[in-house]
Design a protein around this ligand. Sequence first.
Ligand code: ACM
Length: 510
Amino acid sequence: MMKRIFGVMMCAAIGLSAQAQRMNIIPKPMEIIEKTGEFVIKPSTVVYADAAFREVAGLFSEETGIPVSAKSRQHNAIAIVKAMKGGILDSNTYALSIHENYIEIQASGRAGALYGMQTLRQLMATQPDGNKIPAVTIVDRPRFAYRGMHLDVSRNFFPLSFVKKFIDLMALYKMNTFHWHLTDGAGWRLEIKKYPALTQQAAWRTHGAWTDWQANGRRYLQEGSPNAYGGYYTQQEAKDIVAYAARRGITVIPEIEMPGHSEEVLAVYPHLSCSGLPYKNSEFCLGNDSTFTFLEDVLDEVREIFPSTYIHIGGDEADKKAWKTCPKCQQRIRTEKLKDEEELQSYAVRRMERYLVGHGRKLLGWDEILEGGLAPEATVMSWRGEKGGITAATEGHDVIMTPGGYVYFDSYQADPATEPQAIGGFLPLSKVYSYEPVPAELDATKAKHVLGAQANLWTEYMPTTYQVEYMTFPRMLALAEVVWSPKESRNWDDFKVRLQQHYRLLQKNR
Ligand code: ACM
């Protein structure tokens, strides 16, 4: 303990500028003790790991080209080792020591070992000479358990190779949850064996550009038709993404939208809408039991692909108008003794929650799931500001903060006159960096319900992977520091200095 306190003081004494030249780690680690000297990576350098971390060493080797050695050694090696008993207890913590003749990452769990490895990769990638790594001791762990990035693949479809690249970059910055927005009005993107029309038609639209499709009647075509734009992931491909992410310490949470944002489903299965007609409603008919059969069938297959505790059911922006005049919905309101259409939505969310909890999962939804009363165990993503999050945490529910004003990466990041078209808003890097996920209104007990924060990438105006990257970086790096680093260590000027080397790193990854 004494040593650590001393270490922090030492670090402060070395000062910002020296640190900036050598230690460009994002998110900023909890404790950094700089030393003199450096470790030099040579062709003979190897990586060695204790049995528990062999697979982490394998990943490090793939990323860096440094070969794995089966034999333990302390000279000219990078060792990833299990922390001694009574040392590091928390599985997310790591200690990284860089000495002149060896490097050691200590952790008690796989997550910690992975984070230590990512810090080392960053140190290598942000030095003037990537083979010379400055001597240092770092002890580090995350502030929040949930550090998320969302990606909408409905408004525009992106290939698996890009999804993997996105996950790689998330991992490099220690983000640990990928929220995959797989379904929405502009296209269904996941193979569901029981309902083939979802991917044979609802995944293919008449116009490639989302704006053109919006302006031309929002229609779908059979897969393979001339001009059909779209795509989907097979179940095997989605499983590959889950495994790819898990190997990098990232959980994939799938989102299957209901009861709104579901035009594409109702175009191909119109009997699930209040009108019974395609291209008329965006919301499922909640008076019709077939709706729940369909949703549960879909989630049966989704559960097989995604082992995440959470399944996201959307829940946002449902237009409740059709329910008001639908005899089946009105009948449901009467038989279930519901007050109104808000409570009808809540009925549907509760029913889905019962299904998910019955299968050992948890329900996650946008903050509209508060309307009409929150399902008993639901977790809320607060996107319309922080109000929903504050209400949910006050009621004892877990919350993930994704407020539009701070973490909607579809907003402009500079003067719109100088930028590619975006949806609106204004979210420069400094504003992302200024975000504090725990609202001042919450006392310490309630603040514990704030699991973390997430940035959302709605892709209406991101037709290419290039544009997704442009909107994501460097803003994701600011968020990474918000959700990982100790609150009191955050410093915009210091972040900006460290960021300079990361521009180079990201450009190399293009
Ligand atoms: C949302 O942005 N509609 C959750």
